[in-house]
Design a protein around this ligand. Sequence first.
Ligand SMILES: [Zn+2]
Ligand SMILES: [Zn+2]
Length: 645
Amino acid sequence: CHTTLANEQVIHGVCERCETKVERKNLKQWYFKTTDYADKLIKGLDTIDWPDRIKDAQRNWIGRSEGTQIEFAIDGHSDALTVFTTRPDTLFGVTFMVIAPEHPLVDVIISDTQSAAVSQYVNLAGKKTDVARMEEKEKTGVFTGTYAVNPATNEQIPIWVADYVLMGYGTGAIMAVPAHDERDFEFAHKYGLEIKQVIEGDVQANTVHSGTGKLINSGRFDGLEGDEAKKEITDWLKESELGQTHTQYRLRDWLISRQRYWGTPIPVIHCVGCGVVGVPETDLPVVLPLNQKIDSTGRSPLLDDSFVNVQCPHCKGDAKRETDTMDTFVDSSWYYLRYPNPHYTQGPIDHEAIKQWLPVSTYIGGPEHATMHLLYVRFIAHFLYENSYIPMAEPLPKFICNGLIMGPDGNKMSKSKGNVVDPDDYVSKYGADSVRLYMMFMGPYDDGGPWDPQRFEGAHRFVNKVYDLATAQYKTQELNTEIEADLEAKLHKLIKKVSEDIGEAHFNTAIAAFMEFTNTLTKVRQAGSVSADAWKQSITLLAVLLAPITPHLSEEIWATVGNTESVHLQAWPKYDEDKVKDDVVTIVIQVNGKLRGEFVATAGTDKGELEKLATDLNQKENFTKDAEIVKTIVVPNRLVNFVVK
Ligand SMILES: [Zn+2]
Ligand SMILES: [Zn+2]
């Protein structure tokens, strides 16, 4: 394609949507200043219940690092080179500097003798992508012919241009410490540059000691270590007005301009006299023109006269609309704020509806969105919160990742591997309910895993089993009130388990509970041991509980037991707290807090009775080894602890 992309949308050097190779061009475009929110986005992560892998990915992407900004004077020039480093403790070991080919000072400092070589190198570098530059195994570079001055040693150090330094990150210049940095070492080695050790340790040929340690060859800072060394050298730089502490981020601003037709128009007007003018709020939203001609030249499809030509809102003179549209990730970063009132016409967000509905109780999505949608959506929320559009900065407090379903061979499904499973084939052969149930039963929701045809058969058999059981005739043969009470207790436990598990997206364990319950039902039916009413109650509730998992099967069972209104209109069943209590509990016996034995008691047995049971057992087993019991601590339903001398 011919559009522009944000950093996040360039995957291995190609467009994430169509795999066109990405080229660099200089364009004037619109950005959102995401970098202003870097710290807030990091801090906000501590307040939300999201998977750690997503949080870690966002922290790394924002890439906050604290360090020191240092100015290096340039010999024979008034300009200085500014670098950012997290290792000011290695300042005395800086033996050369490297600047990016795009660095604005390249043209200024280049010496006459090196001019041709540098120009050639810069031209070549311009044809490579950042990714290609970073991935190149062999570092290349060229000397500018000019020297900087190491502020610590006052020595002259050569300035090189090399494309392994990127203009987009940091200051586009680095101080090179070849004795203590792998990349700098490689470069120095290749071009025969000086290597000067400033941190104590055995440095053998071809190895780099890149950790911190005791400083050597560092003048009055010799002997200092790690953070103290960093602080002392930074303090000295501050006093000398040659440097300052600085926090740097990997995060870039969000490039939102796209040369696409199908996007939200950027509501901006360009006027020769007034410059860039925002479209007045009363004229919003700017609506896309219909019947637009689309070609593949890469020019903005909105260049059509009737759309572009417009009156300037300020001076009323002739002006032109912005023809770029927004990255569609802008839309997907706030779409959910329309859901509470999609018909609202007084603005983008209905505050009253938002107040009533936010926060989103659970947000579900794929982990591949970690540093794109999931970061954009948080950024926009923070912005809207600060500008009082929404009542909270993190309206998505809980996020669950869905897992990825693999082919039967355990590999990611792909046509070339021939391992694609089309769920539609299964739906037409086995029915949608079996497919739904199988997918929920495969494993933990966030794990995914391979599609297993044999386990699918098992899931399908279960669906049939439930149908047969629920629609079969039931006849009481020998009523057993104990079994009937037990069935009722199991039913309430099922309601509890399924309600909790579905709430946590633990569908597989909910289904396992259904399987256990139907085993009970099978036995009950064979023996005919409960009343017809108790049986009907079980089947009825089973239909309601299964409705989210097997909606068609549930509806069928629901109708078969004589209901006319849809099962999907029924209230979710509630369980009786008394009936889900476990009948028996295991009580642990401790002596001076150490586990010595256990026994089983009815749940809720009082303290006195538990102490008596434990004492009786102790007389038999002699847990206390005839020592004098000075105190007995009883925790109902849990333990009896004998304290002995
Ligand atoms: Zn593309
Ligand atoms: Zn104007």
